[in-house]
Design a protein around this ligand. Sequence first.
Ligand SMILES: [Mg+2]
Length: 415
Amino acid sequence: MKITDIRATTVTVPLEAPLRHSNGAHWGRFVRTVVEVETDGGITGLGEMGGGGESAALAFAGLKTYLVGHDPFDLNRMRYAICNPTASLYNNRTQLHAALEFACLDIVGKKLGVPVYQLFGGRVRDEIKFASYLFYRYPDPKSGNGEVRTIEQLVEHAKALKAKHGFTTHKLKAGVFHPDYELECYLALAAAFPDDTLRYDPNCALSVEQALRFGHAISGLRNDYFEDATWGFSGMRRLWEKLSTPLATNTIVIDFEQLATNVRDPAVDVILLDTTFWGGIRACIRAAQICEAFGLSVAVHSSGELGIQLATMLHLGAVLPNLVFAADAHYHHLLDDVIAGGKMGYADGCIPVPNGPGLGIELDREKLGTYAELYRTLGGYPYDRDPGRPQWYPLLPNTDFADPRDARAPDFRTP
Ligand SMILES: [Mg+2]
């Protein structure tokens, strides 16, 4: 079987409300690029990539000459064809490779008539548990609804998500407001959900000293972990020496060199595996196996996903024995999806692992067209700009947090 064509379609899918984070915001929508890899066997595989609110379609088009004629079963060769580590010093294609690997695994599974998880020795669980991924949110510019800024709004939002989806783990995406205010928010969540577990992720915005104060203040709570509290390996290493709460990362251990460093010189306890950041499902499985050997736990990271990428996260989670934490997904903030049958549903906080051949999902062509048109209409958005503070750029550690008393609705026109 040979690859005959690669098609990449950039889509924009609306969110319930703009999501705020320590670097800026998702401006009320996700921009994702859907990749279709076609073969001479008549099988088409699906992949997906995101990235900072921008299209990746041209980057995939540029790889056609590398991959047309390539056998989608030859994944080891494909890695070196487009991701040779020294060539990558000039053009890092790790995330492009991930989307192409998803598509090739989808093709291989469809060809063999088995789900992707069967290609990795079979699943150890039938469904993946997810955390409620709580963001501070601007109100939706059209409806005025969906704002999460005050402590009351945050707790109400979490309660509504729990009632709707059954979550028993809550992740606060933070680093937006001063850590003293976010500590009040976190304590309010802990009080509202005494039987649930919690995790706090300020996306590295805190200084080591702020993170220490925060970490000590939450040490008696039911924390899964304290995620990327501060920037950099050495800063996290200082926290790891001083805090009793487990530390997690999706920033300082995202490749095998860094994983080896963390084994020799521990700075974090839980590695959050992202099928895009690591370059594919197979790299995540390999990383998880190394973690298992060294007694490190893993969880599944979300970099913002539509149903194709979500399927990769489900197949990954299905085969990892050491997945002891609920996975993260932005998915419940989306209003729609591009896969046939609409958005996957949660039951008791879990999503079933797809059982169809390959990734087990299909494209809804009409929706792909609709959301490709929406991308052409709206264009990209700057992930690292806060529309509510147009002149602001974050420092690391951040010394100029947003004001939770500021209720102004921002202007969402692209600067
Ligand atoms: Mg994170």
